[in-house]
Design a protein around this ligand. Structure first.
Ligand SMILES: *[C@@H]1O[C@H](CO)[C@@H](O)[C@H](O)[C@H]1NC(C)=O
Ligand SMILES: *[C@@H]1O[C@H](CO)[C@@H](O)[C@H](O)[C@H]1NC(C)=O
Length: 225
């Protein structure tokens, strides 16, 4: 009778392949690297620069480092977009350092928008607290997904994709959004393209959008450049 060498069986080789594919998965899925200790409250004034922030000495850490009341107040929506993002990221809430998590408050005036933008370092989940929001995002293949949602309903924006929210109700609207990064970053497209420092040359923008200088100058003027 022929002896089957288990290490040569197709099933064994398949499981080896699966193991090999799965091994690096956690590090690929995490938007921020995993922490190496319980906490690392950021010392924002440290002069050494690392990927993230240095930790305060543990003996200096107190309860206040893990609480933040910066999102308790309504944001001022008197601006061209009619919305205000108030961020609790590592810069305002140093206790988030190395924990791969942050949260924003977004207030909307009636008709206000959080203009098309993307977060290079995080996926986003959001919950509507009040009002009606049209939430939309576009894939890298230019497919548009959207829905109008209201209080208690949630949405997800895959990492890096361009998205927006618009208050389509008659009243003010409020949402909270959370990120799997301590500092998700935001590329706000109108500002990236038309209000950068120094400015993107007009001939790049006129060719990209197939419009004349007058249109580009007009858009730039709205954002003070
Ligand atoms: C630690 O706390 C002491 C006393 O409050 C303070 O003087 C010192 O600057 C703190 N150090 C850091 C790195 O936060
Ligand atoms: C809101 O912002 C506008 C424009 O900057 C300003 O004129 C107004 O005083 C602010 N309102 C409050 C309550 O801070």
């Amino acid at each position: 009778m022929m002896k089957i060498n288990p290490s040569a069986s197709p099933l064994y080789m398949l499981s080896c392949l699966v193991m090999l594919l799965l091994l690096p998965l956690p590090s690929l899925l995490a938007a921020d690297p995993d922490p190496l200790q319980d906490f690392c409250v950021a010392d924002l004034s440290a002069s050494t620069s690392v990927n993230g922030f240095l930790c305060k000495p543990a003996s200096n850490v107190s309860s206040d480092d893990f609480f933040f009341d910066g999102l308790s107040k309504e944001g001022n929506t008197t601006n061209v977009f009619g919305s205000r993002v108030t961020a609790a990221n590592v810069l305002s809430f140093p206790g988030l350092n190395t924990l791969g998590s942050s949260i924003n408050r977004v207030d909307f005036a009636p008709g206000g928008i959080n203009p098309p933008h993307s977060h290079p370092r995080a996926s986003e989940t959001g919950v509507v607290i009040s009002g009606q929001l049209l939430v939309g995002f576009v894939t890298t293949g230019n497919v548009y997904f959207s829905k109008v949602i209201s209080a208690g309903q949630i949405f997800v924006i895959p990492r890096g994709l361009v998205h927006f929210q618009k208050n389509v109700g008659q009243e003010k609207a409020l949402a909270f959004t959370s990120f799997n990064s301590q500092l998700p970053g935001a590329d706000v497209l109108p500002l990236n393209l038309f209000a950068s420092t120094p400015p993107i040359p007009n001939d790049v923008l006129t060719k990209a959008f197939q419009v004349g200088d007058d249109v580009v100058n007009s858009i730039k003027s709205k954002f003070g450049s």
